[in-house]
Design a binder for this molecule. Structure first.
Ligand code: AMP
Ligand code: MG
Length: 345
């Protein structure tokens, strides 16, 4: 079964039931639309005057930004940067510049545990394709070392030049041939944030956007109650670990169950530790609640790599962020501000 189907299925169970679907002009009915986007299914729920049109505009914006960032689409700006690695700078849009700058902040914050240039290692382990699978060279230490050398977010050069009329030109370059940016760990959150801006600009204040492992919420449901989100159990497909109320915040979950394959009895998951070059084995899942979608998305991947000690130390330093981690042994670790203390493992 394709992995996207699994993600879609999980998502459709994760979102809690709502009052009304696709309603007409009743402003207090939730309008809900789901579309394939970002290698998953994205669902937007919103209510208020003009919700239908606002959702249309939000999907259009998500699609536009995805077209710039999607590293699996050869025509995207990120693919053009990847194709020119080690060569000349590539001119990019302000949107791509902003997305890369934002992502690099999380690379720095995590000390490189989260690194968007992880592409060569993803290729090595067979995750840089639709269906993950090994290419038959596991685990060749020398080849891992070679791929690891190409992973370094500090070798992304971003330049901005102000032209005479005041307008800016933006460029990006990867310093070494073979480097490869992968946006998979933050683009869903980033794109969902842009969609929320579009909805907000059209006067919508109550919305829930679900994109893969990231769910962003603003405001409330029409009956005044908060949006509720379930965190899925990493080992029991149709069970939940816990439920959280989400208002003006985002939650993302990174899990070893999302994309993986088994090789000689070993589970190889899609999140790679750039420092060792190996798929992370220590964690089953990490959920992070933060102010924005890109923040929760990037941090859940970062904490998955960092593990409980360093991960909790990082999250405790950040305002309005909290985390729930499940180790491979099933140990539950929560940061101090994680809202729901009851977890069913
Ligand atoms: P997520 O589900 O948000 O945790 O993102 C996982 C995806 O991020 C993987 O499928 C890869 O595309 C990418 N990825 C894997 N390891 C890393 C890493 N250490 N830093 C940044 N991105 C990563
Ligand atoms: Mg992520």
């Amino acid at each position: 079964m394709p992995t996207w189907f699994f993600t879609f299925f999980c998502l459709s169970v994760l979102l809690m039931p709502h009052t009304c679907k696709g309603a007409g002009d009743n402003a207090s009915a939730i309008v809900s639309q789901m579309r394939p986007l970002l290698h998953t299914f994205v669902e937007i729920k919103a209510w208020g005057d003009g919700a239908h049109e606002a959702i249309e505009a939000a999907f259009a914006e998500m699609s536009r930004i995805n077209d710039l960032l999607n590293n699996y689409d050869p025509a995207s700006e990120v693919s053009r940067i990847n194709a020119a690695a080690g060569e000349k700078p590539v001119t990019i849009s302000p949107e791509t510049m902003d997305a890369l700058r934002t992502a690099i902040r999380f690379c720095e914050l995590s000390g490189g545990a989260f690194d968007i240039t992880v592409g060569p290692l993803l290729k090595f382990w067979g995750f840089a394709q639709e269906e993950p699978g090994m290419f038959g060279h596991e685990p060749d230490r020398r080849a891992i070392r070679k791929a690891k050398k190409l992973v370094d977010y500090r070798a992304i050069e971003l330049t901005e030049v102000q032209k005479e009329g005041g307008a800016f030109t933006y460029c990006a370059r990867l310093k070494r041939p073979g480097m490869w940016i992968d946006v998979g760990a933050f683009s869903k959150g980033y794109v969902a944030d842009r969609a929320m801006e579009v909805l907000g600009a059209r006067g919508i204040t109550n919305m829930l956007i679900s994109a893969g492992g990231t769910i962003c919420a603003r405001g409330k449901k029409p009956d005044g109650s908060p949006w509720m989100v379930a965190v899925r159990h990493p080992r029991k497909e149709d069970s939940f670990l816990t439920f959280v109320k989400l208002s003006d915040a985002s939650i993302s979950t990174s899990g070893d169950y999302e994309r993986f394959y088994e090789h000689e009895g070993k589970r190889r998951g899609h999140i790679i530790d750039p420092r060792s070059g190996m798929p992370v084995e220590r964690m089953q899942s990490v959920s992070v609640i933060a102010r924005s979608g890109v923040e929760s998305d990037a941090l859940s991947t970062a904490l998955f790599v960092l593990g409980p000690e360093k991960g909790i130390a990082l999250i405790e330093k950040l305002p309005d962020a909290s985390a729930l981690l499940i180790t491979q042994q099933g140990e539950i670790v929560m940061s101090r501000k994680w809202p729901q203390r009851t977890v069913f493992y």
